[in-house]
Ligand binder design. Structure first.
Ligand SMILES: Cc1cc2nc3c(=O)[nH]c(=O)nc-3n(C[C@H](O)[C@H](O)[C@H](O)COP(=O)(O)O)c2cc1C
Length: 202
């Protein structure tokens, strides 16, 4: 009998405040809902706050360039990029920091942006190489911001194009630190929206 391939969901958890994080509550709702819809799905979790990834510096860039010149994509240095490339769906849960997200997520992106693994360019232009059909970006924001100021959203949306990921969805709880607003209701509404969207993600 032919083996049915189980879909893999990669969860990139950037919830620095751990159990106190409101963004983590959106992530819990997403995982519960996705599992309920498709129990056969496989989940891989990356807790970035515990991973202490290194950003590229002169030495590591040189090492990486050497490996890429030899097309040594199996090298452990590219493990995160291969994992990202092979995922069928990707969840990024990250609080809104400094109009974007915590720096450790940018460092993770440096680690997975690998020419020849997750994207390549030729005379026809850019080609994304990632298998994922969707990225779900979950966030909570202290304030309420216009689209131009939500740099997390515009950047992650552009990255989806870069990596060849067809659809990008963002769910955010906005104004969660503004006194006078009903913060529990803001979060509850975002949780409900997350659950609803997750029922539609394949
Ligand atoms: C380091 C840091 C930077 C932040 N920067 C912003 C910001 O630029 N704009 C904003 O509206 N809120 C900002 N906030 C507030 C967070 O977006 C808000 O508290 C969010 O809900 C935190 O998510 P969490 O509960 O998952 O940790 C910042 C919070 C921290 C700790």
């Amino acid at each position: 009998m032919e083996e049915v391939k189980r879909k893999k969901i990669l969860v990139i958890d950037v919830c620095v405040r751990g159990e106190e994080s409101r963004t983590a509550r959106l992530l819990d709702a997403a995982c519960r809902s996705l599992k309920a819809e498709h129990p056969e799905r496989e989940f891989e979790f990356l807790r970035l706050p515990e991973m202490h990834l290194s950003y590229l510096d002169q030495a590591s860039l040189k090492e990486r360039d050497g490996l890429l010149a030899k097309k040594n994509y199996d090298h452990p240095r590219f493990h995160l990029a291969r994992q990202f490339q092979e995922a069928d769906g990707i969840i990024v849960a990250a609080p809104f920091w400094d109009l974007a997200f915590p720096a450790m997520l940018k460092v993770y992106i440096e680690n997975v942006s690998v020419d020849g693994l997750t994207f390549f360019c030729d005379e026809q232009g850019l080609h994304g190489m990632c298998r994922a059909e969707w990225m779900l970006h979950l966030t909570t924001r202290g304030g309420i911001w216009t689209e131009a100021m939500r740099q997390d959203e515009s950047y992650l949306r552009a990255l989806c194009t870069f990596f060849g990921i067809d659809s990008y969805h963002c769910i955010s709880a906005e104004g969660i630190d503004i006194e006078g607003l009903d913060r529990e209701k803001i979060l509850a509404d975002a949780i409900e929206e997350t659950e609803k969207l997750c029922r539609t993600l394949h």
